[in-house]
Design a binder for this molecule. Structure first.
Ligand code: NI
Length: 145
């Protein structure tokens, strides 16, 4: 278990397109565990690997329903309907922004055991996953409206 340093706005790694994960290694598992630890320590709902300085396509999320989500190489298969959100980002301490996100998404990817998963979800988790996938593409919530 380890808390990793968060990369803040202005750090160029937040603007890079992250690389796909090719195989599950002990280092990747450790990274995922550390991402959960860091997210919980900072009271966040989601975290993307570039935010801890690793340019790989991994996100974690927990929107408070006791479900830990880890997605490796996530791909949005469907995004529909709109919701207005009021978002925070661990890379922008103290900033809140109102923006629009899909309300319903279907996302495919690999879980922390490198097994294929599909998540079909609404509302807060949909919002959170879209925010974190944006991080993997170098897009920040300040780019959205
Ligand atoms: Ni963020």
């Amino acid at each position: 278990m380890a808390i990793r340093d968060i990369r803040l706005a202005g750090d160029e790694i937040l603007r890079k397109v992250s690389e796909p994960v090719k195989e599950l290694t002990p280092e990747i598992t450790e990274l995922i565990n550390d991402m959960f630890d860091t997210m919980y320590e900072l009271d966040g709902a989601g975290l993307a690997a570039p935010q801890v300085g690793v340019s790989l396509r991994i996100l974690v999320a927990d929107v408070g329903d006791n479900k830990q989500i880890c997605l490796i190489n996530p791909v949005l298969e469907k995004e529909e309907m709109r919701q207005y959100t009021n978002e925070k980002c661990l890379s922008f301490p103290g900033v809140r922004r109102k923006l629009r996100r899909p309300c319903h998404i279907i996302v495919k990817g690999l879980d922390r055991d490198f097994k294929e998963i599909t998540i079909d979800t609404y509302g807060e988790l949909a919002r959170c996953i879209c925010h974190e996938i944006d991080h993997l593409d170098g897009i920040l919530f300040t780019d959205r409206n």
